[in-house]
Design a protein around this ligand. Structure first.
Ligand SMILES: Nc1nc2c(ncn2[C@@H]2O[C@H](COP(=O)(O)OP(=O)(O)OP(=O)(O)O)[C@@H](O)[C@H]2O)c(=O)[nH]1
Length: 407
C-alpha cells in the first residue's frame, strides 16, 4: 500500500513539473514573438543594444502586471487614441529645434529679395527732390497697397507730412528715421505680445491651454507643430490635441510634427468625432502627465457656417470645465489681405481671440496687414510665419518688424 502511495506521488510530481515547463516555454515563445513583431524594420534580434529581454526604444512594451490599475474615470472615450507612453520618437532621432531669438531677422532677408517691398517704395518716394502733395498721395497709396488699411495709412501720412514740413527735413537719413518712428507708432510697440504659456496660477495642477483657430489652409496645423517646437526649445513639456476631426490626415500631420520633437498627440481616428471630447481628453492627458502646455488644433471653419462656429465655441467651453484657456490664437494668412480681416472679425465673435498668428509673411511684400488686423480686432500679432521650414515661426517684435520693412 505504502509503495503504491509512493508511486502515485512520484507520478503526480513528474506531471506537475512537465506542465510547468510547458507553460514556461509557451510564455517565453509569446514574449519572443512579441518582441520580434514590435521590432522595426532594420532592427535585428540582437540590435538596439537590448539584452534579448527588454524591448528597444519605441517598441511596444507589454504593460507590466504590477503597473497602476487605471480606474474607469481615467479611461479614454472609446473613439480616442491616447499617446503611447513614453513619448519617445519612434522614427528618426529626435530633432532639436532652433533657438527662437532673432528669428525675425529672416524676414528682413526675405523682404530684401522682393522688388515690391513696402519700405523700399516709401523711401524712394521720400527721397525725391520735392515732396509735394502728389508725392504724399503716392505715399498713402503705397501704404494702402500694402494692406495697411485706410485709417492707419491716413494717420501715418498726416503725422509724417507735418513733421517733415515743420522740421523742414530734407536729409534722406533723417526722413528715413522719421518714417521709421511713424511706422513703429502704427505697428504699436506698446501692445503686450507675450504668449501666455505658463501654467495658470488660478488653476493649480493644470497645464496652460492654447487653442489655435482659423480657416482651412491658413496654416493652423503647421503653426501648432512649429509652436510645439518653440516650446520644446524653451524646455516645456507639451501635449498636442488634434481636435481637427474633420480630416483624419490633419491628425496624422499633427502627430508627425509632435513625433519629431518627442511630443505626444491625443487624437481620434474617427473622422467627424466630437472635437470637444478630443480637446477635453488632451487637457486631461496634459494634466495627468503634468505637462506645461496643451496645444489644441481645431478644424478650419468656414466663417459662414454658423453651426460649425458654434462647435468651436463648444470646444472652448468644454475645455473650460477643467481649466481656463490661456490663449486663443487666430491664424491668418498674410497673403489674403482684406478677406483675412473679415474672417478675423467672425472668429473673434465666437471665441475671445487673444493673439494673431500671421502666416506666410514670407510670401507677401505687404506687411501692412499686421497693422490692419491689430486695428480691426484690437488684438496683437504675437507670432509670424516666415516659411514652410519647421522653425520658420517667429515671435513678433514691432521694432524688428519695422526694421525688416525698411531694410
Ligand atoms: N510659405 C509659407 N507657407 C506656410 C506657412 N505656414 C504654413 N504654410 C503652408 O500652408 C499650407 C497649409 O498649412 P496647414 O497647416 O495644413 O493649414 P491648416 O490651416 O491647418 O489647414 P487645414 O488642416 O486644412 O485646416 C502648408 O503647405 C504649409 O506648409 C508660412 O509661414 N509660410
Amino acid at each position: 500500500m505504502e509503495t503504491l502511495d509512493l508511486i502515485i506521488g512520484a507520478v503526480v510530481l513528474v506531471g506537475l513539473l512537465t506542465a510547468g515547463l510547458a507553460v514556461g516555454l509557451v510564455r517565453r515563445g509569446r514574449d519572443t514573438a512579441r518582441r520580434t513583431l514590435g521590432r522595426r524594420p532594420g532592427q535585428d534580434a540582437g540590435g538596439s543594444g537590448d539584452d534579448g529581454h527588454l524591448p528597444g526604444v519605441g517598441d511596444d512594451a507589454e504593460v507590466p502586471r504590477d503597473s497602476a490599475t487605471r480606474t474607469i474615470d481615467t479611461l479614454p472615450a472609446p473613439d480616442l487614441e491616447l499617446p503611447e507612453e513614453p513619448a519617445e520618437p519612434t522614427g528618426p532621432a529626435r530633432e532639436r529645434p532652433e533657438p527662437v531669438a532673432g528669428r525675425l531677422v529672416r524676414l528682413r532677408e526675405r523682404l530684401a529679395r522682393s522688388n515690391t517691398a513696402l519700405g523700399r517704395g516709401l523711401l524712394a518716394l521720400l527721397s525725391r527732390d520735392t515732396i509735394d502733395e502728389a508725392t504724399w498721395e503716392e505715399v498713402e497709396d503705397t501704404l494702402l497697397l500694402a494692406d495697411l488699411g485706410v485709417g492707419p495709412a491716413t494717420e501715418l501720412v498726416d503725422r509724417l507730412r507735418l513733421r517733415v514740413r515743420t522740421l523742414g527735413e530734407r536729409d534722406p537719413q533723417r526722413v528715413r528715421a522719421l518714417l521709421r518712428e511713424e511706422l513703429l507708432a502704427v505697428v504699436d510697440p506698446s501692445m503686450d505680445r507675450t504668449l501666455n504659456t505658463s501654467r495658470p496660477a488660478d488653476s493649480p495642477g493644470h497645464p496652460a491651454v492654447v487653442m489655435v483657430v482659423g480657416v482651412n489652409g491658413t496654416g493652423k496645423t503647421t503653426t501648432v507643430g512649429k509652436l510645439a517646437r518653440v516650446l520644446v526649445a524653451e524646455n516645456k513639456d507639451v501635449v498636442l490635441g488634434a481636435a481637427d476631426t474633420f480630416r483624419a490626415a490633419a491628425a496624422d500631420q499633427l502627430a508627425t510634427w509632435g513625433e519629431r520633437v518627442g511630443v505626444p498627440t491625443v487624437r481620434s481616428d474617427r473622422e467627424g468625432a466630437d472635437p470637444a471630447s478630443v480637446a477635453f481628453e488632451a487637457v486631461k492627458v496634459g494634466t495627468e502627465s503634468e505637462a506645461d502646455v496643451v496645444l489644441v488644433d481645431t478644424a478650419g471653419r468656414l466663417q459662414n457656417k454658423a453651426g460649425l462656429m458654434d462647435e468651436l465655441g463648444k470646444v472652448k467651453r468644454v475645455i473650460e470645465r477643467t481649466t481656463p484657456v490661456s490663449e486663443v490664437l487666430l491664424v491668418l494668412d498674410a497673403t489674403t489681405g482684406q478677406n483675412g480681416l473679415k474672417q478675423a472679425a467672425v472668429f473673434s465673435q465666437v471665441v475671445d481671440v487673444t493673439g494673431i498668428v500671421l502666416t506666410k509673411l514670407d510670401g507677401t511684400a505687404k506687411g501692412g496687414i499686421v497693422v490692419a488686423v491689430q486695428r480691426e480686432l484690437g488684438v496683437p500679432v504675437k507670432l509670424v510665419g516666415l516659411g514652410e521650414g519647421p522653425d520658420d515661426l517667429a515671435p513678433f517684435d514691432a521694432e524688428a518688424f519695422v526694421d525688416a520693412i525698411l531694410a
